[in-house]
Design a protein around this ligand. Structure first.
Ligand code: OGA
Ligand code: MN
Length: 205
């Protein structure tokens, strides 16, 4: 079971977002990065789109990452371990928040140099299945000048920035998918992560 300090659950409940540097095993984060790079080199990533299903758009001015979805049946040992880990996290979140989360949809994301993601909210406009967003950052020796921070904005006044989170190796951000405006600032070098959404349904809508 991941040990989630009470602080994280408290922050998630009261401010809608939280960050931790030590709830995922460091060796697992490194194995996930190695496998992500391998998939990238094998050509398994594709440009990300905005919106869902038929209405999807590609617009690199808004969103510049390329992604590779993880299937529930992914046989790679690091992916299986990650799945066990986030299933336990899901159990904890359900126990604490009574959300009825059923699964995590999750993909690798790679932002090339210069790419970012403009301010947005993760829950799709016409559906409410995505409840909690999760980003696991996978960048070794990220420096201050490398950019690529996750910016969190005030839900009550989205022009006000309230936090800037560097995408450091093993760092995990959790935030509400329905209320928290956020953005990825342009990065100066390739930026790797696993990004996912805990959902209340079984479908990939
Ligand atoms: C997203 C997103 C944040 C990050 O993929 O929707 O907002 O820090 N990612 O990568
Ligand atoms: Mn987002």
């Amino acid at each position: 079971m991941p040990i989630i300090p009470d602080r994280l659950l408290h922050d998630l409940e009261h401010q809608g977002w939280t960050v931790s540097d030590d709830i995922i095993p460091a060796e697992l984060a490194h194995r996930l990065l190695t496998e992500g790079k391998h998939r990238w080199e094998t050509g398994l990533f594709h440009p990300a789109r905005i919106g869902r299903s038929l209405m999807q758009q590609r617009n690199t001015d808004i969103r510049g990452d390329t992604i590779c979805w993880l299937e529930d049946t992914d046989p790679h040992p690091a992916c299986i371990d990650f799945q066990h880990w986030f299933n336990e996290l899901q159990t904890l979140l359900n126990r604490y928040f009574f959300l009825g989360l059923k699964r995590l949809e999750c993909h690798y994301a790679r932002y090339g140099s210069g790419a970012g993601y403009a301010r947005h909210i993760d829950q799709h406009r016409d559906t409410s299945y995505r409840k909690i967003s999760m980003v696991l950052y996978l960048n070794d020796s990220w420096q201050a000048g490398d950019g690529g921070e996750l910016c969190i904005y005030d839900p009550a006044g989205p022009d006000t920035e309230i936090a800037r989170i560097a995408p450091l190796m093993g760092r995990l951000a959790l935030f509400r998918a329905d209320t928290i405006p956020h953005a990825v600032l342009p990065c100066q070098r390739a930026r790797w992560s696993l990004t996912g959404w805990f959902r209340t349904d079984d479908d990939n809508l």
